[in-house]
Design a protein around this ligand. Structure first.
Ligand code: BGC
Length: 387
């Protein structure tokens, strides 16, 4: 399969193995005329890993916009949405093949877990029992450890509604130091309104900690060929969790007003990123958890991103209490992605909906403990449109 952006071939995957599984639109009600839509679900081989097949699923909606997601890490490999003139373009960073993801990726598009973001010193206690995790980020544990949920094979099944794929993974008791067998299911749904809805559920057989998110890097202009500094960002948060030099929250919940981290009004990401600020120095730019102004019920609008040249915009809605805004500060030009794009400094941005970093060690933060009688369930929606 091949997608084109401004005449450049940017992405090619297992053409030979592609299989059209379902054409679902227009088939739900016999009274309605057949919709002329383009909805389809294709399954192809993304590559073998350890003798196992790893699949790639491509969901195309009624208007032809599409998302491709692989069983390796549940990674969103590509996301093609229109600009204001109707031209489809890939808005996420990533690679063309599985081997590149295995070799070196800063979590491009992946499900991160069992605990997204950092746990200080790789240590926490539940009910007086201490647990130790491998350290993979200076003195801390980041994104679930050495082999987090981004590096495992999830098993995928199309949903009955035909517009989604459910990815399942069972993490063994003790895997990466975490207690309890954790059964997780992450369902991606691609709607006809260009919404990528992600529903996460999990259950455990022993008390554990869980914080799942998606780590897509977005660039609404050109998928990462240029910096994201001209994107305008709004974050629906009055406060944030300040960090120390190792990017661990200090425990304080501080107001954003008067700081260069305040995105309550639409602001270009590049406008203040170089300001003299201890917080920006600690993050090497933006790498902070925002405490969302929660909606009274249902999904909270966490953030809006607008790219003025293409007119593409994205809303992030979530049931999570926080969002990590990461401005791609550690991208440094050593990774070459889809279509040969070199991912330079700040060529992608992440809005990772989540519980706060290091919550297992901060009793004041919303709890991330999951017990055998609890059901972990959360939802995030990335909604694309133009203006
Ligand atoms: C973290 C960053 C990190 C990035 C890639 C983000 O969630 O906050 O510090 O560099 O993920 O691992």
């Amino acid at each position: 399969m091949k997608f084109n952006l401004a005449g450049i071939e940017i992405f090619r995957i297992g053409a030979a193995g592609a299989l059209v599984l379902a054409l679902v639109m227009g088939s739900c009600s016999p009274a309605e005329p057949e919709a002329p839509g383009m909805r389809s679900l294709e399954e192809s081989e993304f590559g073998p890993l350890d003798g196992q097949s790893v699949k790639l699923f491509t969901l195309t909606n009624d208007s032809g916009a599409e998302v491709a997601i692989t069983e390796y890490g549940g990674i969103v490999v590509s996301l093609m949405v229109p600009d204001r003139d109707g031209n489809l373009g890939d808005v996420v960073l990533g690679f063309e093949d599985l081997d590149s993801y295995i070799a070196d990726t800063p979590y491009f598009g992946a499900i991160t877990g069992r605990y997204a973001n950092r746990i200080a010193g790789g240590r926490f206690e539940i009910d007086g029992t201490g647990y130790e995790l491998p350290l993979n980020n200076g003195p801390n544990s980041l994104h679930g450890g050495l082999k987090g949920f981004d590096k495992v094979i999830w098993r995928a099944k199309p949903t009955e509604s035909g517009d989604g794929i459910a990815f399942s993974y069972v993490s063994a008791d003790g895997e990466e130091g975490y207690p309890g067998t954790l059964e997780s299911k992450v369902t991606y749904t691609w709607t006809d309104r260009n919404e990528l809805r992600i529903d996460y559920i999990a259950s455990t057989d022993k008390p554990t900690v869980v914080n799942l998110t998606n780590h897509s890097y977005f660039n609404l202009k050109d998928g990462g060929a240029s910096p994201i500094l001209g994107h305008q960002l709004t974050i629906n948060a009055d406060s944030y969790t300040p960090i120390d030099a190792t990017l661990i929250p200090t425990g304080e919940i501080a107001p954003l007003a008067g700081t260069p981290l305040d995105f309550r009004e639409p602001t270009e990401i590049g406008a203040r990123i170089e300001d003299a600020s201890e917080q920006l120095a600690f993050g090497s730019g933006y790498d902070h958890n925002y405490v969302l102004n929660a909606a009274p019920e249902g999904l909270t609008l966490a953030a809006t991103v607008y790219e003025p040249e293409t007119g593409r915009a994205m809303e992030v809605l979530t049931r999570e209490p926080g969002v990590q805004f990461y401005s791609g500060n550690f991208l440094d030009g050593h990774l070459v992605g889809k279509g040969g794009i070199v991912y330079e400094h700040r060529s992608g941005l992440c809005l990772e909906t989540q519980h706060f970093p290091n919550s297992p060690n901060q009793a004041e933060f919303p709890s991330t403990v999951l017990r055998p009688d609890d059901a972990y369930s959360t939802t995030t929606v990335y909604r694309f449109y133009t203006r």
